[in-house]
Design a protein around this ligand. Structure first.
Ligand code: SF4
Ligand code: SF4
Length: 232
């Protein structure tokens, strides 16, 4: 014969001990809750006082990008577009152009004429800086990139280019006399040569004469079109 299971329920000694435990919990639970509060009063506060006290990021934090310069102020970017091709978010736009002796932005043959990063797309993954062959592109610790318009989230070369430090002359300017591009990467050039002056940035429209006669310039343009056989 099988034994009958013992019934537990509302009657008997089991029921009275259950009620006692229940009333004990009613008293202990609030006390335990206040205990947590009491212990937290003596712990170090975790509240961030941002933006009054800006957060200090880890040294290798991935923040806003920077386009670096050589020690004499020439730009490291050679306009190769490798960063743009490496970007999984299609956030970088680069247009390269040729340097000339009259308007030189980098020691080599080419430079980045147009450079844009769209921070509405960028996920700050850092793949672009891994792809850059000249260490022209690195990332800073700046993280305050939020803005209210899409246009303002597209950073242009002027905004991304590193500032001038001591011994630098703003680009465009001539290469250090007697040096070649390789010397720049060997670290031989440590500052701008004495007497280095900034060249006129003709490609940016700085070469236009402000007092140019508009009638004369129109005539010159008409003559050019006529020579090429193009109708106005
Ligand atoms: S950090 Fe990543 S997402 Fe942002 S531009 Fe570089 S490769 Fe593209
Ligand atoms: S930042 Fe580097 S990878 Fe990008 S175009 Fe310039 S040199 Fe090339």
């Amino acid at each position: 014969m099988s034994e009958k299971p013992e019934l537990t329920g509302s009657s008997g000694s089991a029921g009275s001990s259950g009620r006692a435990e229940e009333s004990g919990d009613k008293f202990q639970n609030p006390v335990a809750g206040f205990g947590v509060t009491f212990k937290a009063m003596f712990k170090k506060r975790l509240t961030e006082q941002y933006p009054e006290t800006p957060k200090v990021t880890a040294p290798r934090f991935h923040g806003r990008h920077q386009l670096n310069r050589h020690p004499d102020g020439l730009e490291k970017c050679v306009g190769c577009e490798l960063c743009a091709w490496a970007c999984p978010a299609d956030a970088i736009y680069v247009e390269g152009a040729d340097n000339t002796e009259e308007e030189r932005y980098s020691p080599g043959e080419r430079y980045g004429r147009v450079y844009q990063i769209n921070y509405a797309r960028c996920i700050l993954c850092g793949l672009c800086i891994e792809a850059c062959p000249t260490r022209a592109l690195t990332m800073t610790n700046e993280f305050e990139l939020a803005n209210t318009t899409r246009e303002s989230l597209i950073y242009t070369k002027d905004e991304l280019l590193a500032g001038l430090q001591e011994g630098m002359v703003d680009s465009p300017h001539a290469i250090y006399p007697g040096m070649d591009e390789q010397d720049y990467y060997r670290g031989v050039v440590t500052e701008a040569a004495a007497g280095t002056v900034r060249q006129t940035a003709v490609s940016k429209g700085e070469g236009d004469k402000p007092d140019e006669d508009p009638i004369e310039s129109t005539r010159a343009a008409d003559a050019t079109r006529h020579d090429k056989g193009v109708d106005a």
